[in-house]
Design a binder for this molecule. Structure first.
Ligand code: ARG
Length: 573
């Protein structure tokens, strides 16, 4: 099913051809005018065509409006300002379009991803270290993108590329055998591993021979020594258990968890292959890939080290082997990575190197900024355990409980506990997902749990209100239909709801879940005005049927959208 925007784009293109301007350029999507009095969609295509044809855009727009084919969806087309074309949809067609998208209880999206595959690499924390706030952001944003792409028909493989290999394991093994506090490990495994690792650092400063021991242990692990392998497995399992507790709480799932260790046997052949292809060079015993001006401004004169002079492979080597593995295994069209902004250069280099090696896929690095705590403190996104994520979630749920108790005293204790869990977790996710990933975000408890404004609780309450209207209407087996858009508030709501599929597509295209969040916020606000202006229950049967259908569509869009963001809609709050 086409989106409204696709449909109108096609019409505009036809008008341009019919008016004699050809379609020598990719038409811009018509966009939504800021002032609704200017119509439902606005196209600025005449500016482009006018520029190419050296004609006045207003004249071009007028010719296009003249040539616009008659269409059941379009009520009027007008030239506005210096060359915009304002389009207004026909009410009946709009209502029909909306109803066609309502499938049972849900809302149908278009499937532009049908037949396409993507791998998305997100979360990817490091073994024996506590997950930090950067991993939380990667997990939340990555999971939302996974859901958004899947909803558009993509086959999505979510891969948790955990950091489970490297020289730190030799150090940990030395420390473990000397200084392990078993009780501490039983109580908080990752905390103890982290302590041992730090302790190793301190001790090795006094006694550098410890470093030699650690190197020997790492080498033993790498050559498959059973004892070290078993110990490594223990570190991995203990860490995964802690990570899984966070994923469970967040409702995040992965299709595969293939960490860095999975690629170890592929690294040497990869480096040899790159050398044989003449893409890398040896430099004082190390192997590097050099980038030149042909690789773009940002990469020119940088280099990617893929083998150190002592023979060790690096982060980038593993990432190249990982791309090769993913290409062999899933033949993805797209591979996306979600990490903080500091890994930008790294991924640009990996993508460019993979391209040189002949791997054909579209790469995307979705990077995000820092997270700050209200009050100014910075919760560093990479260094150490600033916040324990389980504590963060507990705090959110505890605070949400306060809000829910205040608002929903009529519900049982158990119900309120369930609501608080959904609201608390939802609030954390939404605080992140409602902002452009690339901007730094501020973590503000009061704001994210507020009932007013662009927050999870606000959306969740809007949805629960729709559901309560249905309970009140007491219409079992209600079938939406017969929408008549009479009041301006009904119309505004219908236009907004009908745009949902193109909004989700746009969010995917831009890699920005906040495009969906902004839409949901607009829907919740527009619904509030509608509900204020238009009585739903107690009007004539036709009006009630029409308005209940709008409520159903609103609920379906809110539910769909919240699920895309990983937020659990609740029928009752
Ligand atoms: N483990 C890395 C970190 O904590 C993130 C890995 C991201 N994915 C990748 N394929 N490099 O920074």
């Amino acid at each position: 099913m086409q989106t409204l925007s696709e449909h109108l784009t096609e019409l505009i293109r036809q008008a341009a051809v019919a008016a004699g301007y050809g379609d020598n350029d990719v038409p811009l999507e018509p966009c939504v005018p800021t002032d609704p009095r200017n119509g439902d969609y606005q196209s600025n295509y005449a500016f482009r065509l006018g520029k190419a044809a050296r004609s006045n855009p207003r004249a071009v727009a007028a010719a296009m409006v003249e040539a616009l084919p008659a269409d059941p969806l379009v009520a009027s087309a007008e030239v506005a300002g210096p060359g915009f074309i304002n389009l207004r949809l026909r009410d009946e067609a709009l209502a029909a379009h909306l109803l066609a998208r309502l499938d049972g209880e849900g809302f149908t999206l278009s499937q532009p991803g049908a037949g396409k595959t993507m791998v998305i690499d997100f979360s990817s924390p490091n073994i024996a270290k506590r997950m930090h706030v950067g991993h939380l952001r990667s997990t939340i944003i990555g999971d939302a993108l996974r859901r958004i792409y899947a909803s558009l028909g993509w086959r999505v493989i979510a891969d948790n590329h955990i950091g489970d290999w490297g020289t730190q394991f030799g150090k940990l093994m030395v420390a473990w055998r000397r200084w392990l506090d078993q009780d501490a490990f039983d109580a908080d495994a990752v905390g103890e591993l982290q302590r041992l690792y730090q302790l190793f650092g301190a001790k090795a400063e006094e006694d550098p021979s410890l470093e030699d021991l650690a190197r020997a242990e790492t080498a033993k692990l790498q050559s498959g020594d059973p004892e070290n392998t078993a110990l490594w497995r223990r570190f991995v399992d203990a860490s995964l258990e802690e990570f899984d507790a966070v994923y469970d709480r967040l409702g995040v799932v992965f299709d595969v968890t293939l960490g860095e260790s999975h690629y170890q046997s592929r690294l040497s052949p990869l480096v040899e292959g790159v050398l044989a292809q003449g893409l890398a060079e040896e430099d004082q015993g190390a192997v590097i890939i050099r980038f030149g001006p042909e690789d773009g401004k940002a990469l020119a004169d940088t280099l990617l080290l893929i083998r150190k002079s002592d023979g060790a492979a690096l982060y980038g080597t593993t990432d190249l082997a990982t791309v090769a593995y993913r290409m062999e295994t899933w033949q993805p069209d797209l591979i996306a990575y979600v990490t903080d902004v500091r890994q930008r250069l790294h991924f640009s280099q990996v993508f460019a190197a993979a391209r040189k090696m002949g791997m054909a896929f579209t790469p995307e690095h979705v990077y995000f900024g820092m997270l700050r705590l209200a009050g100014g403190a910075i919760a560093a996104t990479r260094s150490g355990a600033v916040l324990n994520l389980v504590d963060v979630l507990d705090t959110a749920v505890e605070r949400a409980r306060g809000v829910v108790d205040g608002k929903s005293g009529h519900l049982s204790d158990q119900e309120r506990a369930g609501i608080a869990e959904a609201v608390g977790v939802g609030a954390i996710k939404y605080a992140d997902l409602s902002q452009n990933p690339q901007s730094d975000i501020v973590f503000d408890w009061d704001k994210m749990l507020s009932m007013e404004g662009n927050t999870a609780p606000y959306l969740m309450y809007a949805y629960a209100r729709c559901m309560s209207i249905f309970r009140k209407a007491d219409r079992d087996g209600f079938v939406p239909g017969g929408i008549a858009l009479e009041h301006p508030s009904e119309r505004s709501l219908a236009v907004l709801l009908a745009r949902t599929p193109e909004v989700v597509e746009r969010a995917a295209e831009l890699w920005r879940p906040n495009v969906v969040a902004d839409h949901l916020f607009a829907v919740a606000n527009t619904f509030a005005s509608f509900y204020h202006d238009c009585r739903v229950i107690g009007e004539s049967p036709e009006v009630e049927q029409s308005r209940l259908s709008l409520v159903r569509a609103t609920a379906a869009v809110l539910e769909q959208g919240m699920k895309l963001l990983g937020i659990q809609p609740l029928d009752r709050m």
